[in-house]
Design a protein around this ligand. Sequence first.
Ligand code: CP
Length: 302
Amino acid sequence: MKKDLISITDFSKDEYLRIMELAADFEANPNQDLLKGKVVASLFFEPSTRTRLSFETAISRLGGRIVGFADPDSSSATKGETLHDTIKMVCNYADLIVMRHPLEGASRYAAEVSSVPVINAGDGANQHPTQTLLDMYSILKTQGTLDNLNLFMVGDLKYGRTVHSLLQAMSEFENPIFNFIAPENLQMPPGYKHHLDVRGIRYFEHEEFTDIISEADIIYMTRVQKERFSDPIEYEKVKDVYILNKAMLEKTKPNVRILHPLPRVNEISTDVDSSEKAYYFEQARNGVFAREAIISHVMNLK
Ligand code: CP
């Protein structure tokens, strides 16, 4: 049976740990010819810098070849071809499909239609499971553990697919505490809070975080996603609510690390970049190793 990665909950805790092991192996030795003779389709129906380029780097480092598009305007979707027909065609050409799409559920649908494995590279405001696996690898590298961590998630928790996947994955580990910092109308959706409630996991909701920042092990900043707002006035009201600056880090623990899936707009001041607590550019680098690991796992290459 083919293996897809559509939601982070498609993988078990043991699989998360296996991906962490494989990512460390690829970090030590990135060039391994495991995909020699294979073709991977990279279908990006929505803009991307890190996810697309790190996937394409991972595929190249594994010795595979890439077909696809970065801009759906260059595909026959503009002529009215359905996602169903596009996927039916592409799985004739490729051994694996990596797909980003603006519609929630589009990757699940693609996986149902496809005869080859599908990896979700982000579907609307729903899930971004490969980002989560690189985030976990970054957390493990910086904290030495995935257990007993106090995770601050800041910004757009309603539309932020990265925090949705990360919450679900980290809830599999020992004794996490979640602090959700967001304006009331961008708070974590009820379904994700229910996921924590049924597991008896503690979480707290705040609109400010300067007074509690000293408790954090990980501060996961997110961008307020203009493209998900139907009303531009609503976006203007919340776009500058949280801006992390270097002075705010004075009160934080020595081990705290600032993560951000990127791109940032202005939610992390550039003066934070020189802090040893800033980890977002290294986090993006970890994406190559995590994605080599994910491809290897899904394709059963290692
Ligand atoms: N983190 C992330 O998904 O970035 P891109 O949108 O640039 O791929």
